[in-house]
Design a protein around this ligand. Sequence first.
Ligand code: NAD
Length: 324
Amino acid sequence: MNVCIVGFGAIGPVHAEVLAQIEAVSIYGICDCDREKANKGAARYGAKTFYDFSDCINDRNIDVVHICTPHYLHFEMITKALDSGKLVVVEKPAVMKSSELDTLMASYDVSKVFPIVQNRTNVCVQRLRELIVSNYLGRLKGIKGILTWNRNADYYNSAAWRGTKKYEGGGVLINQAVHTLDLMIYFAGEAESISASMQNHSLTDIIEVEDTVNAYIRFRNRAVGIFYATNAYSENSDIQLELDFENAKAAYVHGRLYINGEMVCSDDKSFSGKKYWGNGHLSILQNLYANNSSFCLADIKNTMDAMFAMYESAEKGCPVILQK
Ligand SMILES: NC(=O)c1ccc[n+]([C@@H]2O[C@H](COP(=O)([O-])OP(=O)(O)OC[C@H]3O[C@@H](n4cnc5c(N)ncnc54)[C@H](O)[C@@H]3O)[C@@H](O)[C@H]2O)c1
């Protein structure tokens, strides 16, 4: 597979580092409108340099594009790449608006779009999911997910798209906590109704989006979900997930899975990128390219719907019922 990485800012180089370890893949191109970044990346990986996305999709040698650009570009880049016959790997959030998701689901072959849900392939996540699917733990009654990270003014000032509704689509929820929400949905299933509120506690003069979100989720399987995420903490601490089952209590914290207080397994400690991003880029891309198994856009629709429902609920100030 000839791959072109589009966007070589913070996460693009993580994709390159990981792809370089996968035999089935050749890093064919690096594309960034910032010429210096494109040149540097291409030189490092012996790849072709692109400065313009349309040149990538017109290059017949490219099989897959990895979209690692700001959120507002994802939808347009996905559709253009699919229209040109490419496969697409896209960073989170796959798209920024629910209307974009609807268009993709209705009019495109979304089995060709592979979103990066890198925490799903963590050892502990896979183990817990097996226990849930086999019904070993009994009915899920409740789940809580907590993310407390720090994003300061320097982070938001580092790129013009950050912290803006128009270009980022939101704040802590759409950018940082969407992975935690994804795990909650992966474990608990489809949400039926969501009530959320959002605040900007710490960066009022700096960003126009939320730095904090809290939500109450009722799942279709009758479980309740409590979700809290903030970028206003003092550091980037490990996420915490707790699950209350009929037969046991499970906790996923510090990369370890505990059942009734006993450690069952721990995640692979080798990682690419920052520790608090999680270490799943290698396993998710290995699954895709070497094991021919991965998650496509349809597999994360429930997560995206829940995320968009949180924004809608916070904006309207009332609970939102999700369509089946
Ligand atoms: N999965 C994760 O753990 C993780 C971590 C960080 C970022 N991300 C996601 O990755 C994406 C990029 O985030 P980032 O932090 O790397 O952003 P960034 O601003 O650091 O990098 C984005 C890059 O895209 C380039 N770019 C912008 N417009 C372009 C265009 N039209 N054509 C080509 N290149 C263009 C910019 O020059 C920049 O180099 C976002 O969707 C973000 O949410 C995911």
